[in-house]
Write a protein that binds this ligand. Structure first.
Ligand code: DAH
Length: 339
């Protein structure tokens, strides 16, 4: 029996020396130390030994068992280490290789200009309001003091969805929506798409963008309108820019004005861009008509306000020297990439 144990020990050590993979190692363990393994069989057969022999052989068998277990474990650790090393060698990456360059997109020029306008307005204490492009006739016209047969409707070739529903022709309906829902003090700008049934050319598009402004509080005067717009335009076009106001008419403001800015190309000398005028028309504005305030449930004896509205495309065309409105909507990446 002693010989048998010695033989097992030698066999196992020999096999271990040759084992190159974890699988092979496991097979050796099962063959000798497993439930039906050879060493286990020896231990099971000890019942037939004499009382003197039994403890001696038992001790020897256990000693060999624990030795072999240790040997298998250390061989296992060695193989695992080797395997890891090989895998790491295979999976090595060269971090100095040039990466794949991802083409970078950029914001649409209209978005960039609008973001600047929003930043300036927010800095001046305005909030941003947004509303529907499919609008009730009531908000787009009626509540703005433009009744059904008012001539002002003709100047805005309207897309009618139904008798009472239009694609908004201006962002001014947002004045009504805001005043209906909010008590003064009100300070908002409302940017968004507007629609007019115009034929497409270099200066016309059936869809374009406006930005509406509205301020309502106690004691708001024309001086607030002028000061606010002057500060706003200087932030957008530069400190040296001057503004001037010309009397005008809008049904929803009284008095009304159009505002020009000194030409951002020639500074007022007169050039191709301002057509020799030195001035560029930029927005419509005025004091909110008392009738409009009243329609929204705001008492014109207590509150007053001013409003303004202007086109986003015109600002962007001026800033980037773009001479054709269509470029904004064609999404030609050769154009868009330049901003
Ligand atoms: N809604 C006008 C338009 O589309 C622009 C405008 C003029 C807006 C005067 C205003 C304003 O708020 O006070 O032509």
């Amino acid at each position: 029996m002693k010989n048998k144990l010695a033989q097992i020990k030698e066999d196992v050590l020999a096999h271990l020396a040759e084992a190159k993979e974890l699988d092979a190692l496991e097979n050796i363990r099962i063959k000798y130390l497993g439930k039906k393994g050879e060493l286990t069989a020896v231990l099971k057969g000890m019942g037939g030994l004499s009382a003197e022999e039994r403890p001696v052989i038992g001790a020897l068998a256990n000693e060999i068992r624990s030795l072999l277990e240790q040997e298998i474990d250390s061989k296992k650790a060695e193989l695992l280490k080797k395997e890891t090393e090989e895998r790491l060698k295979k999976e090595v990456i060269d971090v100095t290789m040039p990466g794949k360059v991802q083409p970078k997109g950029n914001l649409h020029p209209l978005t960039q200009v609008l973001d600047d306008i929003k930043d300036i307005a927010i800095g001046m204490g305005f909030e941003i309001a947004e509303g529907p492009e499919v609008e009730l006739d009531y908000y787009n016209f009626e509540a703005l003091n433009i009744p059904k047969d008012h001539p002002a409707r003709d100047t805005q070739d309207t897309f009618y969805v139904s008798d009472n529903v239009v694609l908004r022709t201006q962002t001014s309906p947002m004045q009504i929506r805001v005043m209906e829902n909010k008590k003064p003090p009100i300070r908002i700008i409302a940017p968004g798409r507007v629609y007019r049934s115009d034929a497409v050319d270099a200066t016309h598009s059936p869809v374009f963008h406006q930005i509406e402004g509205l301020v309502v509080d106690k004691g708001i005067t024309m001086a607030d309108l002028k000061g606010t717009l002057d500060a706003f335009i200087k932030a957008l076009y530069g400190k040296e820019t001057r503004v001037r106001f010309r009397p005008h008419h809008f049904p929803f403001t009284e008095p009304s004005a159009e505002m020009d800015i000194s030409c951002y190309v020639c500074g007022g000398e007169g050039c191709r861009v301002c057509k020799g005028e030195g001035w560029i028309e930029i927005l419509g504005c005025g004091m909110v008509h008392p009738k409009v305030l009243k329609t929204c449930g705001i008492d014109p004896e207590v509150y007053s306000g001013f409003a303004f509205g202007f086109g986003l495309e015109r600002v962007a065309m001026g800033r980037y020297d773009i001479d054709d409105l269509r470029l904004f909507f064609e999404n030609d990446t050769r154009f868009l990439k330049q901003f």
